[in-house]
Design a protein around this ligand. Structure first.
Ligand SMILES: *Cc1c(COP(=O)(O)O)cnc(C)c1O
Length: 387
């Protein structure tokens, strides 16, 4: 059996080596390392793939979130609501910009922002909501958009983990994750579903004015060379990374499908175990897909995350490592409990789901190169331990 990896970037590279290498060589031969033609070509390809008017590439997914918030003109003291159960980047940029982060609990089935908790957190100071499409499952965007419209709030989708996913509205229309709110952001960190070979990120919007502001902000606040109209940042996707991404984008749907096939294997293996809760896929708030469907594409399994309900999650984590099965706890600490983000306004009783998930979740190897032998070994090892 091939050695099991949490993410197999090498195996994936071997399949696409020729196109990736020739993209990189193109950059080396042109020396257009910054802002070269491949950056523009990748940007145009991604706009087409997502069905969105503007993609603005930038240096990473954290910058993308920060720049989106700067572009929307959010100001000190504005409250921005996001999920308590996510990677810290989301709340970090809110705090960095001197906005006020307001963390709310998540839904036990989707691990995404809880709609009732979101409604309760709204105050006259609330200016924006940041739904995070965690682990590759799109949040309940029908509800988020309704709430945003009713309270005149911006919606910034943190799509770092769900690029390629489709959201199906209650009325049946579909949109790509990240293209539903006022602005969407993503990360091309190597292990993300569309990863480059270094750092990278992007911001998406259909709003022409916002796109114009953001293009200036990523480039030192310059709209005309050496005239700085606003305070900006320096945040660029370099040409080599754009070349890697241009070579990989045509494979994204196949990659998402490979992940779903592995997830379905896991789900089938674990479904009847009383101590294991498998991830649910929901095309929207009203329809629970039950089984993982390759047609609705609502979940792209950036992570495959189980809940272990018999109190043995930490023991399982260690046992699997001993058996050569990498695994990870995403995330072991709720954001509201992190030293940097505690706030006297929070009560532990506001976060029952997050406080439960941090004790029960475990993420299994998930990538595009998992084979049946590896999946069989992983599921058997887990079932032998948990039973
Ligand atoms: C990875 C990630 C980010 C940050 O992306 P970087 O490119 O690492 O800066 C932001 N939000 C979420 C949910 C992420 O998973």
């Amino acid at each position: 059996m091939k050695k099991i990896q949490m993410v197999d970037l090498q195996g994936q590279y071997q399949q696409i080596k020729e196109t990736v290498n020739s993209s990189i060589e193109e950059v080396l031969n042109s020396s257009a390392y910054i802002n070269g033609p491949l950056v523009h070509e990748f940007q145009a390809d991604l706009e087409k793939y997502l069905g969105i008017k503007h993609v603005i590439p930038c240096a990473n997914g954290t910058d993308a979130l920060q720049i989106a918030m700067m572009g929307l003109g959010l100001e000190q003291g504005d409250e921005v609501i996001t999920a308590d159960f996510t990677f810290a980047a989301t709340v970090e940029v809110i705090a960095l910009l001197k906005l006020t982060p307001v963390l709310v609990d998540v839904d036990i089935e989707t691990y995404n922002i809880d709609i009732d908790a979101l409604k309760k957190a709204i105050t006259p100071k609330t200016k924006a909501i940041v739904p995070v499409h965690l682990f590759g499952q799109v949040a309940n965007m029908d509800a988020v958009m309704e709430i945003a419209a009713a309270h005149n709030l911006f919606v910034i989708e943190d799509n770092a983990q769900a690029i390629g996913a489709d959201y199906t509205y209650k009325n049946g229309t579909k949109k790509k994750a990240g293209t539903i709110g006022n602005v969407g952001t993503t990360s091309f960190f190597p292990s993300k579903n569309l990863g480059c070979y270094g750092d990278g990120g992007a911001i998406f919007t259909n709003d022409d004015d916002l796109a114009h502001r953001i293009r200036g902000i990523v480039n030192h606040g310059m709209y005309t060379r050496y005239y700085h109209d606003v305070v900006g940042v320096n945040s660029r996707l370099d040409s080599i990374q754009a070349g890697v991404l241009k070579a990989k984008l045509p494979h994204l749907d196949t990659y998402c499908n490979a992940r779903r096939i592995a997830a379905q294997f896991y789900n089938n293996a674990f479904s009847s175990n009383p101590h294991i809760i498998t991830p649910k896929t929901k095309s929207n708030a009203t329809k629970n897909c039950g089984e993982i469907c390759s047609t609705c594409d609502c979940h792209v399994f950036h992570q495959y995350t189980l809940q272990i309900t018999n109190g043995k999650r930490d023991e399982l984590h260690k046992h699997l490592l001993e058996k050569g099965i990498p695994n990870a706890i995403y995330y072991p600490v709720a954001l509201h409990s992190q030293k940097a983000y505690t706030d006297s306004r929070y009560n532990e009783s506001d976060f029952p789901v997050t406080n439960e998930l941090i004790k029960t979740v475990i993420s299994l190897p998930m990538h595009t190169e998992l084979d049946q032998e590896q999946l069989t070994y992983i599921t058997k090892t887990i079932l032998d331990f948990v039973n």
